[in-house]
Design a protein around this ligand. Structure first.
Ligand SMILES: [Zn+2]
Length: 434
């Protein structure tokens, strides 16, 4: 299967840029050839000086063309060619992702979209999960001790997280108390629902009066249902496996609560037989190189799962690979995957994963983001100075708001990138895989 790609190169006249357009393009073309891509177009912005992408005409053209689905990847020499500012980069990447176009950076190495890359990234996050699970076990022991105290006192203790609507937490004892403002609201919600008031009406009433959920959002059908299903309102404190009856102040009587549960049960439309397709978009049709997708059919007294070639079930119907038994195929793949996990292969995987993980920890994107964050913070400082000196105009306020928004996006992105960039030792990975 050949994939189409375009290259994007940029020459910065301001600095002394050692990479000419020609060398950038050559590197991108070489990568494309080695990785099974056909380059259908080269985009170039010569001497584009600005930090923002707004004036990079070819870049804009490339974003525009991406929407027509003629190519599936944009190859750049390094991510600084793609965009100078992290915000621009995020926005553009998002836009491209919406058209299923990926951005590949030649020098920054590993393409995490390849099957190998995805596999390794999966292992990295599994090991990270495992490590954090181990840490959780340690804190759990502390929590268990707290729960023992709570049980002895017959009173629930706040253990963190969102406090259910209707309650406040005593700062010293961490016991639950009724919130004089929201507890009556909760009581009314149960009352209305148990009497058959339509959910939409309840939500509308709440939202009109400005009441927010415990998370601070407007009420929706599902947040209302979550509230109605929460047994805390009958006075039940529950944390992990600990339950204490009358451990918190009661807001709703058992009768009203039960009536509400019965109504919820009647409303629930039971959706069964929802099954995930383990191998969907992980295997190809041998005949035409297309993805296999999961399909299901009911018949002969059961529900059956199949994998079918995309070209067999789609519009064109040019392939007849239609009914591969899902269970057999999945078992066969599972068995042969297990056979592949020999000691030798495990140590190879551990080596490769650890190398990738180190590379990710040196992610140049982190430095770029950090720089961008401090720049944005400085800009915000300057705008604040202007506002404080009484020169605030509407424009300044708008710019201030925009900068603040940008800062939030950047910080969230940095957190995400950092979380995935912790280097893992080979031994950690080995012990995980074993
Ligand atoms: Zn096929």
């Amino acid at each position: 299967m050949t994939k189409s790609a375009v290259t994007y190169s940029r020459y910065s006249s301001a600095g002394q840029d050692p990479q000419t357009i020609q060398t950038q393009q050559a590197a991108c073309h070489k990568w494309a050839k080695e990785n099974g891509y056909t380059v259908i177009k080269d985009y170039v912005d010569e001497a584009a000086s600005g930090k923002s992408t707004a004036k990079r005409y070819q870049f804009q053209q490339m974003l525009h063309d991406a929407k027509h689905g003629e190519f599936s990847a944009v190859i750049v020499l390094d991510s600084s060619r793609f965009a100078r500012s992290a915000t621009d980069s995020l926005v553009a990447r998002q836009e491209l992702a919406e058209s299923d176009v990926r951005v590949i950076s030649v020098t920054e190495g590993f393409d995490e979209e390849t099957p190998e890359g995805k596999f390794m990234v999966t292992i990295i996050s599994a090991v990270n999960q495992h490590t954090s699970d181990a840490m959780a076990a340690r804190t759990r022991r502390g929590q268990e001790a707290t729960m023992e105290r709570a049980k002895a006192a017959g009173k629930g203790i706040y253990m963190g997280g969102t406090v259910s609507l209707g309650y406040l937490i005593d700062k010293d004892t961490r016991h639950f108390e009724l919130d004089p403002v929201t507890a009556p609201v909760v009581e009314q919600i149960f009352e209305d629902f148990s009497k058959g008031v339509p959910v939409v009406d309840i939500c509308e009433k709440l939202n009109k009066t400005g009441v927010k959920t415990a998370q601070g959002n407007s009420f929706t059908k599902s947040s209302l249902q979550n509230l109605l299903k929460n047994p805390i309102y009958t006075g039940l404190f529950s944390y992990s496996t600990t339950e204490i009856a009358d451990g918190v102040p009661r807001i709703v009587s058992d009768e009203v609560f039960e009536a509400c549960q019965a109504r919820i049960a009647r409303q629930r439309n039971v959706r069964k037989n929802k099954r995930s397709y383990l191998l969907a978009s992980k295997i190809y049709c041998d005949v035409c190189d297309e993805w296999l997708i999961g399909t299901s059919a009911t018949g002969n007294g059961g529900h059956f799962l199949y994998y079918s070639c995309k070209k067999a079930v789609g519009k064109d119907k040019t392939c007849n690979v239609k009914y591969i038994c899902g269970e057999k195929l999945e078992n066969a793949v599972l068995e042969s995957s297990q056979a592949l996990l020999t000691d030798e292969n495990i140590s190879l995987i551990a080596k490769a994963v650890s190398a990738l993980s180190k590379k990710r920890s040196e992610n140049p994107y982190i430095a770029q983001l950090t720089k961008e964050i401090s720049k944005t913070e400085k800009a915000i400082e300057n705008l604040l100075d202007q506002i404080e000196s009484g020169n605030a105009t509407d424009t300044i306020s708008t710019r201030f708001q925009k900068r603040e928004d940008e800062l939030q996006i950047l910080k969230a992105e940095l957190k995400k990138v950092r979380a995935n960039s912790k280097p893992l030792e080979e031994s950690t990975i080995l012990s995980f895989l074993n």
